[in-house]
Design a protein around this ligand. Sequence first.
Ligand code: G16
Ligand code: MG
Length: 215
Amino acid sequence: RARGALFDLDGVIVDTAKYHYLAWKRLANELRFDFTEADNERLKGVSRMRSLDILLELGKFDIGEALRERMSILKDNWYVEYISHMTQDEILPGAREYIQSLREQGVRIALGSASRNAPLILDKLHITDLFDAVIDGNSVTNAKPDPEVFLRGAKSLGLQPGECVVYEDAEAGVEAAHRAGMKAVGIGTSQTLPEADYIISGLHELVGKSVLQER
Ligand code: G16
Ligand code: MG
């Protein structure tokens, strides 16, 4: 039986990808090239600087470290402006109910996100209190698929990795979970997440079900 549940943020609890997309597109347009929603798929679950590198590669830009740093700050400022208008209504269906039900069953809950803006997003959604621990891009050195974020999550909850289950929408996150020695519930399809141990289309599917069924 799982004693800990580790949740990714973007794509699992909230769809922040649309705001990342708007901000990255704005940066691309400033640099005079287009950035499509299909391109944006490649950035899901990927760290901020790695995302910038992918974007610059698409625009065929080869620029130095100092300018890359400035561009990432520019993008982040726009992104933070977009998400500062977010409301509780943007929590994905079932996410709050499901996490709440796990808590009531005594399961410990942690966030395991690549985003440095995770605390702000949790605050905007009024769900900070649902988490016993928050591990995000501010405290993690090695991005997914490195298992660091989930190993730290388990540790913060006082649990062994094998006692935790991960909820992820990105392939890199599923890989990170496996490398941490955890089972991964994939939010997506068997096409997008072929390695996941269990596939659901969203957390709403699990509301009212026992955690036993996920392992
Ligand atoms: C999220 C998004 C990524 C984003 C990353 C870093 O990851 O999926 O697209 O690049 O966080 O975000 P920030 O620029 O806010 O630090 P996750 O792990 O929550 O899916
Ligand atoms: Mg994600």
